[in-house]
Write a protein that binds this ligand. Sequence first.
Ligand SMILES: Cc1cc2nc3c(=O)[nH]c(=O)nc-3n(C[C@H](O)[C@H](O)[C@H](O)COP(=O)(O)O)c2cc1C
Ligand SMILES: C=C(O[C@@H]1CC(C(=O)O)=C[C@@H](OP(=O)(O)O)[C@H]1O)C(=O)O
Length: 387
Amino acid sequence: MDYVTAGESHGPQLTGVISGLPAGLKIDSEKINNALRSRQGGYGRGNRQKIENDVVEVVGGLRHGVTLGSPLALVIKNNDHSNWSKIMNPTTAATPENTLRKVEKPRPGHADLVGGIKYRQRDLRNILERSSARETAMRVAIGNICEQLLAQLDIKIVGYVQQLGSIKIEEKPLDVEQISAQINQNDMRVLDKQTVLKMHDLIDKTKRAGDTLGGVIRVVAENVPAGLGSYVSWDTKLDAKIAAAVVGINAMKGVSFGDGFELGGKLGSEVMDEITWSKEQGWKRLSNHLGGFEGGMTNGMPIIINVVKKPIPTLYKPLQTVDVNTKEIKKANVERSDTTAIVAASVIVENVVAIELVKAILDTFEASNMERLKEQFAAYRQEVKDY
Ligand SMILES: Cc1cc2nc3c(=O)[nH]c(=O)nc-3n(C[C@H](O)[C@H](O)[C@H](O)COP(=O)(O)O)c2cc1C
Ligand SMILES: C=C(O[C@@H]1CC(C(=O)O)=C[C@@H](OP(=O)(O)O)[C@H]1O)C(=O)O
């Protein structure tokens, strides 16, 4: 399976095409729309989310709600395009009138300056439009289709917020269902609802100061059988593929698995997950410090992924930059912006991990048809248990 997305932030729409999905996968568009709604949620976002009401339209590869095995084509409209229809018209030639709102003062931390240099653009809007995280709406739509496939194979996945700026949540081990139930009760997707008001206060205070926040996200995937991915080459390791996909999301600066960077300060005896076997449960570990991966392969324990998101680059109290045309020292461009998008990011990371899991599964099993995939997957689960 593979996918491509197209579309600018204030252009007419986002487009996505997924190839290599099995035939016979039932797709519930309402579930996709719920995921899109979650991505739009969370305290601390800017006014753009009041304009958008993301819904997916499937325009190819589906008949009566079931995949045909042909490329699946998706569309999400940008409501805001109606406010940008001249400036972001894909086909009308440039005129002084429709090239207003030029961006010439690159924002430190965004793609503006380097993108301008690389693509030889003097209006950095030509960079900003595609480097915007607006595109992640389509990745969530694609990810939700993957989550629907994973659900058919009894694999569950969830992403949530573990840290916002200086507020970090201590947690005890929970399963995906328990995590989902707790995080869906608050607008910060956190396990400890006592911290929600503190987080709102921090966001308000930061916004008033013209500043922004990042945070840490955790994703847990459960009931993934041992043996997805392979140790045989660097580019077949599934943990490596997940890391690449996650850092491929705007503003993500680091990934770790299980106990992550803390592993560096521990003894081997403290963190290697001891092995056990029973007829009823098959192979299990007595702990999960390594987050479900050994040798680039899933080991059957829950997959645990930690991701750090940097603060939002656009500051209402802008930092120093240089005008790319006059070369004068200036304050950076201010576009309407989020104070934090950590909640959205937790939804996006969850969905991007779901995409990588589905890719690994479809690479491993004959997947022309969903029923055959399910049969093979069930037989494989049994083989793993009995090994
Ligand atoms: C959901 C989401 C929303 C974002 N919103 C904004 C925003 O409003 N303003 C902004 O400057 N950056 C925002 N960002 C971050 C930029 O898109 C990102 O920093 C930029 O594309 C540069 O890429 P890099 O941070 O990966 O280097 C957002 C990121 C995500 C994931
Ligand atoms: C549009 C979305 O996020 C955008 C991501 C973004 C950026 O620079 O990444 C900048 C902002 O764009 P705008 O100036 O249009 O408000 C965010 O709103 C979205 O998530 O749907």
